[in-house]
Design a protein around this ligand. Structure first.
Ligand SMILES: [Zn+2]
Length: 182
């Protein structure tokens, strides 16, 4: 059981996804990720600058950055997911419907489109590509995701400097969202 995830992703799926090696190098250099967890899944411990790059809200955030012997999965660690052969939507159960770019009404039927590449508005009929919709902080559509495990939604926010560095190193701009416990 995870308390939730903070997930970073490139906001533009029309350009080719960054190489996973360049993402890992960038994250290591900036100090967001540290030692590899060696599980063959591109998982890492939090790096030396993790708490400078991710701002935790609240007066006494309970951030556990190292594994416990009996609760190995409960600590904050990171996984690079992808690159996937096709971009995919990852969403939180509480994700609010994105709005139709044409008529501005909520796309209440959005879950029917998540396995396709587009959604048809059931009010005005406009077809929107998943990557063109504004998912807010409830979902992200991409080839590659940086998952930060055991972050409660809204509890932590990445600093601008992290996005500046990622963009410089990978050539694409990055965004973030949250998924809840599960
Ligand atoms: Zn519409």
């Amino acid at each position: 059981m995870s308390t939730g995830k903070l997930i970073l992703y490139p906001g533009n799926t029309t350009s080719s996804p960054p190489l996973v090696t360049s993402v890992i190098e960038s994250l290591q250099q900036v100090g967001l990720i540290g030692q590899s967890l060696d599980n063959g899944q591109n998982s890492f411990l939090a790096g030396e600058n993790f708490l400078q790059l991710i701002t935790f809200m609240g007066c006494s955030p309970d951030v556990c950055l190292t594994p416990h012997s009996h609760a190995e999965r409960d600590f904050c660690h990171l996984t690079i997911l992808g690159p996937l052969p096709e971009p995919q939507l990852i969403w939180d159960n509480n994700c609010r419907p994105p709005r139709c770019p044409e008529c501005k009404k909520p796309l209440s039927n959005w879950k029917q489109g998540v396995n396709n590449t587009s959604i048809n508005c059931n009010i005005c009929g406009t077809e929107s590509a998943l990557g063109d919709l504004n998912w807010g902080r409830g979902a992200g559509f991409s080839h590659i995701f940086i998952e930060i495990h055991n972050v409660f939604p809204g509890e932590a926010v990445p600093v601008d400097a992290l996005f500046t560095q990622l963009q410089r190193d990978t050539g694409v701009s990055w965004r973030y969202f949250y998924t809840g416990p599960g």
